[in-house]
Design a protein around this ligand. Structure first.
Ligand code: SF4
Length: 170
């Protein structure tokens, strides 16, 4: 089964990739994170992710959207949930168009994210594009993901992504 895995960053992709491969899935990665501010930070996270992915044999694809367009899309109550939806909706769309069997996201590994909001966004995107999503609570693997990232000397950001999250947890 082919899985398109939305990757929020390199460190958060380590454990989920290992986990999904262990389930027998053939995984490709998608870097679509228009929420990352500023542009230099997005480049830094992309570079970290793709360099590591090359070593891990993970095929990757990057899709861009202007940050301002993302701001307009999420400027409503429940901003983080809209942010998840923007990213996962596009993931579902590309998974469907690319002939994948399912999609998922590395956001599921982070205890700092709104886990329920991610699940709702996945379900919504899945229904909209009529493609299955794979949900697993990957948070028990969070510490392992940090160990794996440190072991690969990866850059580990200190905030989630948008300008409003600078100074918060990653
Ligand atoms: S804090 Fe993170 S999840 Fe919430 S809107 Fe900002 S980038 Fe998106």
């Amino acid at each position: 089964m082919r899985l398109l895995l939305h990757s929020c960053c390199g460190p958060c992709t380590t454990f989920p990739l290992h986990f999904f491969r262990a389930q027998g899935l053939s995984v490709d990665g998608l870097f679509f994170n228009p929420n990352i501010y500023p542009a230099e930070e997005e480049e830094k996270r992309w570079k970290t992710y793709t360099e590591w992915a090359n070593q891990a044999g993970l095929g990757t694809r990057r899709v861009k959207m202007p940050y301002q367009k993302w701001v307009e899309a999420v400027s409503k109550p429940g901003q983080c949930r809209e942010c998840y939806y923007v990213r996962l909706r596009h993931t579902a769309k590309l998974a469907k168009a690319g002939g994948y069997d399912c999609f998922s996201t590395t956001l599921l590994v982070s205890p700092y994210q709104d886990h329920e909001g991610i699940v709702l966004a996945m379900e919504r995107a899945s229904l909209e594009y009529e493609i299955p999503h794979i949900y697993r609570d990957l948070r028990p693997g969070y510490l392992r993901s940090r160990q794996m990232a440190r072991g690969s000397h990866m850059y580990m950001q200190k905030y989630c992504g948008c300008e409003f999250s600078i100074g918060g947890e990653g």
